[in-house]
Design a protein around this ligand. Sequence first.
Ligand code: PYC
Length: 317
Amino acid sequence: MNTSSQLKIIDTHTGGEPTRVVTDGFPDLGNGTLVERRDRFKKDFDSWRAGIVNEPRGSDVWVGALICEPHDSSCTAGVIFFNNVGVLGMCGHGTIGVAVALAHLGRLEVGRHHLETPVGVVTIDLHQDREHVTIENVKSYRFKKDVEVSVEGYGAIRGDVAWGGNWFYLVQDHGQDLHIRRVQELTQYSLAVRDALVREGITGANGEEIDHVELFSEPDDSANHSKNFVLCPGAAYDRSPCGTGTSAKLACLVEDGKVKAGEVWRQESIIGSVMEAKFQQQDSDGVIPILTGSAWVNAESTLIFNPNDPFCFGIPQ
Ligand code: PYC
């Protein structure tokens, strides 16, 4: 008889985008740096990743957040983010979800804390209501401005390549109507853009793959500055305004002189949820985005990994 493994999880959503926070029970990844543990997670535990977020327990839209011991002793916790196809660098909506989930468990007090991710330490500030969270993200910057790419079936477009904890290609002039009714068309379009970036060898720094595409338009709500549609690695779109994508956007706006220190940029998502972004610190390497959003806990449960279950580690893709 094989014994089942059990993982404790808290499910949250941030502006409609879900995060499955794994709090206990994951196999030991050792006590190396977060980068080493992220690499071990990728190499040896990819089936666990798929089992946590993919069908039949999840779906393509889920982002997972594995809570681990921090390597940096100034941090309250370490976290490795992942989704339906692989690992993520940082994750803004996920960080907000992690803070609210840890607060729900009584593991995080209201106030400021540090969280270690494979791409750097971020600061989280859990507000009194335990729903709003402010993040100081990793340094974000524009890598290249106005990069032209020829998109099959759509023609040439221009966009910026920027880092916000993940790599983004950000497009303002795409000719697409950003409306929730059109998510299939927007997904097809963004996939074609990402394919074109790969085909033309357009990457982030050090040849890193640009795995997120972000389209912008006027907001529906005039209280906001912009609306976006964000294609995540794989083919799911972000229901939230995307914390790392909003950071990448802020970096471009700051470089273009469109947002000044202390000014708030309200980014609306394709479903109408909002994140606020601003910055105080800037140098020649970029800005430190300060993002505020809110998350809600909507489930607390145990995942059972029964080795006799043919789809214990997800449906093969
Ligand atoms: O909020 O940074 C984010 C994010 C990345 C992928 C999905 N959400």
